[in-house]
Design a binder for this molecule. Sequence first.
Ligand code: HEC
Ligand code: HEC
Ligand code: HEC
Ligand code: HEC
Ligand code: HEC
Length: 249
Amino acid sequence: MSGATVAIFPKWTNSIPAFALVSVISGIVVVVAAFWAYATPAYWEVGYQPAQPINYNHQLHAQQLGMDCRYCHTNVERSKIANIPSTNTCMNCHTVVDDQTGYLKKAVSLDGAPSTHFKSPELQKLRAFAASGEPAPWKRIHKLPDYVQFNHAAHLDAGVSCFSCHGRVDQMAVVYQQKPLSMKWCLDCHRNPAPNLIDKTRGRVTDLAWVEGQLGQAGYAQGVGAQLAESLGERSRQNPPTHCSACHY
Ligand code: HEC
Ligand code: HEC
Ligand code: HEC
Ligand code: HEC
Ligand code: HEC
């Protein structure tokens, strides 16, 4: 293993005998694990669902209104981080209240009539944030410790859908953490990605209902999934890595 880029195994560890390294590593594991058990906020867990500053609803916007995830999470395919949209993005629709009618000019309601929600206290909060120029203080839900590297773009590029890591967000009125985000969880998929790979050339990586249907088919992992896993290895990129320095550096 090259220690060069691993922050938790600094360079000098290269020069010490293997047995010493082992004890250093187990020492680190104990210390980190103890720190982790002590310092991890109990709420970054499966089911974590904090109250948000505005009652924003994914089910309404993503499923009923049919908005693609990338309309708001615009960077998810290009960057490590899936951005949270600014209030400007929301104001593309929830913008002007018509003085005459009091209706939102742009957002129409689900039945096609002008929105009757113009007086919604939730939208008033949204407009207040937008007017102040301050970002809405959304509470973070999914959060890895700082010593773990994760990259959205790399996963989407390999054909892993939001569905595999976040569940059916398009059915969540309020988003919650559905997966443990533990090291074991990462590695379980890295060792056997086939059940979670979809054909990304079909552009449906954010179509969570479709993805769930595909992955749920009998024999998927042995058939389509296995072929897609095979093709990962043929590309110049690495397969899902399991060496420590891939995720810890
Ligand atoms: C209209 C804009 C919009 C659309 C469309 C949208 N989101 Fe979001 N998303 C947000 C906002 C705002 C937040 C932060 C508030 C919250 O957690 O509800 C968020 C939060 C999230 C989070 C939690 C982030 C964290 O803190 O861990 C996930 C996961 C997520 N969205 C996934 C999706 C997926 C998957 C889709 C497509 C099915 C989608 N979003 C579509 C606006 C949007
Ligand atoms: C593509 C247009 C569009 C975008 C962008 C959009 N919305 Fe909406 N939103 C709607 C529509 C349409 C409704 C339903 C209105 C109705 O039924 O009258 C709605 C409803 C809502 C409601 C419910 C109001 C209530 O009390 O019933 C809230 C809150 C809301 N949106 C917040 C947001 C936030 C926050 C964002 C940005 C993260 C956002 N919306 C982005 C179109 C949009
Ligand atoms: C391979 C698993 C995986 C996939 C696929 C995935 N996410 Fe994530 N997502 C995560 C993890 C892990 C975090 C926490 C990252 C951190 O704390 O560094 C996260 C965090 C987020 C966040 C909070 C901001 C951030 O980047 O930390 C949003 C928003 C989000 N994801 C949206 C999405 C959307 C939308 C998709 C699909 C287009 C998606 N994710 C696909 C695992 C995934
Ligand atoms: C559902 C499957 C799945 C899960 C869960 C998953 N990964 Fe991956 N990951 C992959 C696949 C597939 C690749 C291969 C990408 C390629 O070969 O192009 C990959 C590649 C990577 C890479 C190398 C690419 C890069 O430079 O980013 C890192 C690092 C990584 N994953 C970290 C993580 C971490 C950390 C977690 C857990 C928080 C995680 N992954 C969870 C499927 C997954
Ligand atoms: C695919 C990504 C990935 C790889 C590869 C990986 N880890 Fe991790 N590791 C994580 C994530 C995510 C966490 C934080 C979540 C948790 O604590 O389970 C973590 C946490 C840890 C911790 C903190 C203690 C703990 O378990 O909570 C230690 C120590 C650690 N890893 C060591 C290693 C070593 C040593 C290797 C190589 C044998 C390795 N990791 C390989 C993703 C990875």
